[in-house]
Design a binder for this molecule. Sequence first.
Ligand code: FE2
Ligand code: FE2
Length: 248
Amino acid sequence: MNTSSNPAATGLHTLWWNDGDAFRSRLFDAISLLLPCGEHFVVTAVNDWLNTNSHSSCTPQLQYEVQRLVREEQTHSRAHRLYNERMATHAPAQRLEQRIESAMQQMAVWTLPTRIAFAAAFEQLTVLLAEQVLRPHNVWLGQNDTQQTRLWQWHCQEEIEHRYVVQDVADAMKIGKRRCALIFLVAACYLFTDITFALASLLWTDIRAQRVGMVRVSLQAVSFTIRAIPSLLRMAGAGLRHVVMIKS
Ligand SMILES: [Fe+2]
Ligand SMILES: [Fe+2]
């Protein structure tokens, strides 16, 4: 018997938690693999800034916002570690996380202004997606009320709420518009490459384990990409506006 035809027997109803769509479920799973390391990078960068004298001239309000962001990101990381641990029971989550971790370790030795500019870019890129995910009837998150859906909605909401904090730190450090804009573009390429690699690895594992067929997941990918075009254009527009509005 082909187990992929029996969702109840294989647990596919929870595996494809995003409205039964394997591609969209794995897309968010791939993003989740990046988050604990990415959020650790952001938290370390802003903590290093707090621990230097360079923040003495900034407002107590910004220091308070940074401390709140650190607490929120640490909570997000814990939630996504649990999410990823559950994923590891049927996916190469650990191997993919280690790959991301070693890339992040190379970034950890960069200068503080560069790390803050990357942290600000990662935060802003996260918000670009979060805004689309929280739109009513969007193409990203399904309508099913699942544990994963609730986690993503909560996380996206908090990312939007603290969206300006790390960019405000970058502005307080006077990192510069050109440098921040260039790093924003590099960070977007990093994220796109890492998410694509993780997504392809997860889906390839699913296809080999016969949890989903190649044709079915390819059709889901094409369907999602076409329906996501307006959303991707909105993200590109918002990203461009962010670059233009970075202070010099
Ligand atoms: Fe977060
Ligand atoms: Fe954040």
